[in-house]
Design a protein around this ligand. Structure first.
Ligand code: ATP
Length: 457
């Protein structure tokens, strides 16, 4: 398994991920996605939308705004309670999340998520939990630190025009529940998918792109009849796991953490976290929660507008219950890179760096390589134009063919197409496979079907 340090260096050197604002000395914990990283991110989002929207008959799509009326966040409980327990080391003045200190100290055998601030502080002191920075034990009283970024809208700054950067995309879905239900004439059960940026002023961001203050979420809010939510919760839980496995994450790198009923958030009656084996061990990748009617009820109360659904079959009125699978794009990207990166020792003793990522996620599915630039460039560019119409394709004419194959292996391109004299004479190309390094002759006329067979998802 690749180390965190190696992963960061690899991602930077290949053009997947750069440090944010590097030119000006950086801005801590911000990252820019380079040419390969942006393609990979897009492919992850495409694959999620394909599975959760295009191929699922229950779900529709939404793109709501990041800035919303601040009443939304009052109703959802974020203004009052979206906070983490902040404590400061009395010796080196670094700030930490008390719950995370305890989780790490106990290797996740203790779950302090529902403890009071006093309970957290007592545990830190009684168990001599040391500061991760200086190692000493001495913690200030814990206070709730609200994670929402606040700004103001318009030309004057006053309490009346405070707006927040959304800390999750979900609330945009809840406040549009009635609009969507009415305009699509959907019957419950149905779901709403959304992909978009979220912002949280995290106390301890870190572990590369695992926890950042700006990130992208892919969320589904699935509305169902009260009493059926556990059935749907199981349906979506399996759906998410199967999707991860279809995209190549191995069973041994995935774990399910079903929350103990005593640990559940006040609004939830079932929660499972899908954990992935990141370079530092298993950690949360995807949260799936059955959220009852907590959010719709909160918005109904705050807005004084009925959000009830009238069941056309039974004539019953009710607030639907909600199942929410919520995952971060960057965390998924990190999981895919972590698992896919391999260093293989070849027969001649050389090390081959290869990214064995699912072909549908690979930044480029195909690389077109003229064997000899002078002789094969024209035909190669002709092919590039054709192939890039139906799949993501790159072109490389620099250095010898062996080096070019290695470069494509390193960035995960599953198929390299070499244009040589036989292409000019017989209209065939040599296709070389990333994982096996085997080669095959393919007629140009059959190329589209051949590529699609090997890269589609
Ligand atoms: P934690 O307790 O670790 O702060 P959470 O359980 O509150 O996180 P959720 O609100 O359930 O996280 O968020 C849903 C998903 O969004 C997470 O499973 C993760 O994939 C992603 N996510 C949440 N916070 C961040 C972040 N700061 N950076 C990157 N991804 C995040």
């Amino acid at each position: 398994m690749i180390s965190l340090e190696k992963l960061t260096t690899y991602a930077k050197q290949t053009g997947f991920i750069y440090q944010g604002s590097e030119l000006y000395g950086g801005l801590a914990n911000t990252w820019d996605y380079g040419p390969l990283g942006s393609l990979l991110k897009n492919n992850i989002k495409k694959a999620w939308l394909k599975k959760f929207h295009d191929e699922n008959r229950y779900n529709v799509l939404l793109d709501s705004s990041i800035l919303m009326n601040s009443q939304v966040w009052v109703a959802s409980g974020h203004v009052g309670g979206f906070s983490d327990p902040l404590t400061e080391c009395k010796f080196c003045n670094t700030r930490h999340r008390a719950d995370k200190l305890i989780e790490e100290h106990t290797n996740f055998t203790v779950n302090p998520s529902s403890w009071t601030n006093d309970e957290l502080h007592k545990y830190l002191m009684d168990n001599q939990v040391g500061c991760p920075n200086c190692g000493k034990v001495g913690w200030t009283e814990i206070r709730a630190f609200n994670l929402m970024f606040k700004t103001s809208q318009g030309v004057t700054e006053s309490a009346g025009n405070t707006v927040y950067l959304r800390p999750e995309t979900a609330q945009g879905i809840f406040i549009n529940f009635k609009n969507i239900q009415r305009t699509t004439r959907r019957k419950v059960p149905f779901g709403v998918c959304q992909v978009g940026k979220s912002f949280r002023n995290e106390i301890t961001p870190g572990n590369f792109i695992f926890r950042t203050r700006e990130f992208e979420q892919m969320e589904l809010e699935f509305f169902c009849k009260p009493g059926t939510e556990i059935e749907w919760f199981n349906y979506w839980r399996n759906y998410c796991i199967n999707w991860l496995k279809d995209l190549g994450l191995k069973q041994e790198n995935l774990q399910l953490h079903d929350h103990d009923p005593k640990e559940l958030s006040h609004y939830s009656n079932a929660t499972t976290d899908i954990l992935f084996n990141f370079p530092w061990g298993f950690d949360e990748l995807w949260g799936i929660a059955s959220r009852t009617n907590f959010d719709l009820n909160a918005h109904q109360t705050q807005s004084k507008e009925s959000l009830e659904y009238l069941d056309p079959e039974t004539n019953e009125r009710y607030l639907p219950y909600v199942v929410e699978p919520s995952v971060g794009v960057e965390r998924l990207l990190m999981a895919f890179l972590t698992q896919a990166y391999e260093e293989e020792t070849l027969a001649d003793g050389q090390i081959r760096e290869v990214l064995k990522i699912h072909p549908a996620l690979a930044p480029y599915q195909v690389a077109i390589l003229p064997l000899i630039k002078k002789r094969h460039e024209e035909k190669s560019l002709e092919l590039l134009e054709i192939v890039s119409k139906f799949t993501q394709t790159t072109y490389d004419e620099t250095q010898n063919i062996g080096k070019r194959y290695r470069r494509q292996d390193q960035i995960g391109t599953p198929l390299c197409i070499t244009v040589d004299d036989e292409t000019l004479e017989q209209n065939t190309v040599t296709v070389r496979f990333r994982d096996t390094m085997l080669q095959e002759k393919v007629a140009v006329a059959d190329l589209q079907a051949f590529i699609q067979k090997h890269v589609s998802f």
